[in-house]
Design a binder for this molecule. Structure first.
Ligand SMILES: [Ca+2]
Ligand SMILES: [Ca+2]
Ligand SMILES: [Ca+2]
Ligand SMILES: [Ca+2]
Length: 394
């Protein structure tokens, strides 16, 4: 036999009475089916077998048919014989009813639950801790982890702190030069500063040579190299950021036609000239040959070191675009990375994790340091770039 429970589930009938064969006889005597019999015997003994009525009990103890007087309760009680055949009894499932009642009680008495945790991240898709505007939060871009009201502004192409201003309070520029003028370029806002004339320290004699390339040392000093006239070789200059003049450090007669200067994070300067690579002492301007670039590479204009001290250069071939080349600093050997897609790259720098190339056509190009592929950022017409360097703040 079975009964149908909540949800249509069929459960086996549970016997209400009857002995369980798996428990001892003495316990079976007290099971539900026998308690009525014991009650009958007990009350019969009280009624018929006891000579002494309860003291002080003088009330009428006669009872109507079907009842006996119970001294314990002082009243007539029904006597019911246990005649039910338990095996054939079909009953409702009390647990089901109890569950339903319990659920109703919980629903009636439980306080209203307010969702505090956004466990499925619908309100904070980028998981930056700020909720979207749709959810009543103040994340101006819930699809960008780097944009939230508590973010610090950083030199990139987004408004990091959600205040509506791009890179406010920051100087997001790198240096770029022509032969005789020094500029600062903001490649994000695509603007260029007014130029600063490249002039020699007035305490020195002789002409200031035109700078072929510049770079910034780890301590923030801007250096430049130039072809030395009338003597053959390379002259090294240092920029005075306060007086805006250039002073001579020294010269290297063994380096001809310098085209690129790059300074590593530990202050080692590398100079590219023609098909060779040199190191240069920034205190004396003296250079030592490291080795040939090999593979027919010829320095087209500049070299740059990223923060991992990998040295990159651009190499030109007649009538072709420039190739981005990775240079082994201990040997000078170059490895081609790929065609930049632009020609006459004379300036190269790395700023805020991006590599930029500048060419003689006034173009600023972002270069993929893995593939060498270039993407035009902007063009400053009428400026022919010769070199580029990061600024100390980058
Ligand atoms: Ca967010
Ligand atoms: Ca965000
Ligand atoms: Ca920014
Ligand atoms: Ca901002």
């Amino acid at each position: 036999m079975s009964s149908t429970a909540k949800g249509g589930e069929t459960r086996p009938i549970r016997a209400l009475t009857g002995s369980r064969p798996d428990i001892p006889f003495s316990e079976n005597l007290m099971t539900a089916g026998n308690w009525r019999l014991w009650l009958l015997l007990l009350t019969s003994a009280l009624f018929f077998g006891c000579d002494d009525a309860p003291k002080g009990n003088t009330a009428d103890t006669s009872c109507p048919e079907g009842k006996v007087f119970d001294d314990l309760y002082g009243d007539c009680v029904f006597v019911v014989a246990d005649t039910t055949d338990a095996d054939e009894l079909e009953v409702s499932e009390p647990d089901v009813l109890d569950e339903e009642v319990a659920e109703e009680v919980v629903e009636d008495t439980a306080p209203e639950v307010v969702e505090v945790l956004d466990t499925d991240n619908d309100c904070d898709k980028d998981m930056d801790g700020a909720w979207s505007l749709e959810c009543g939060g103040n994340d101006c871009d819930d699809n960008n982890f780097n944009r939230a009201p508590d973010r610090r502004e950083f030199c990139d192409d987004i408004d990091n702190n959600c205040d509506g201003n791009l890179n406010e309070g920051l100087n997001c520029t790198f240096y770029a030069n022509t032969g005789q003028l020094l500029y600062q370029i903001d490649p994000i806002k695509k603007v260029v500063s007014d130029p600063l004339p490249i002039v020699r320290d007035p305490n020195e004699t002789g002409d200031m040579q035109w700078l072929t390339d510049i770079d910034t040392s780890p301590d923030g000093i801007l250096y430049g190299v130039a072809k030395d006239y009338p003597d053959a070789g390379t002259v090294l200059y240092q920029f005075d950021d306060w007086l805006h003049v250039w002073s001579t450090i020294g010269s290297s007669p063994n380096v001809l036609e310098p085209s690129g200067l790059a300074i590593s994070t530990d202050g080692v300067a590398y100079v590219l000239a023609g098909d060779s690579m040199y190191t240069m002492n920034l205190a004396t301007g003296q250079a030592n040959l490291v080795g040939p670039l090999g593979s027919g590479f010829f320095a087209s204009g500049d070299c740059v070191m990223n923060k991992n001290d990998s040295l990159y250069m651009t190499s030109k071939a007649a009538g072709q675009n420039d190739t981005l080349v990775l240079v082994e600093t201990t040997s000078g050997q170059g490895t081609a990375l790929g065609d930049v897609g632009f020609a006459n790259l004379y300036g190269l720098t790395v700023a805020w994790g991006k590599m930029y190339g500048l060419n003689s056509a006034g173009q600023v190009i972002e270069i993929n340091p893995i593939t060498g592929a270039g993407t035009l950022v902007t063009t400053f017409s009428n400026i022919s770039w010769w070199g580029a360097a990061s600024t100390p703040n980058r």
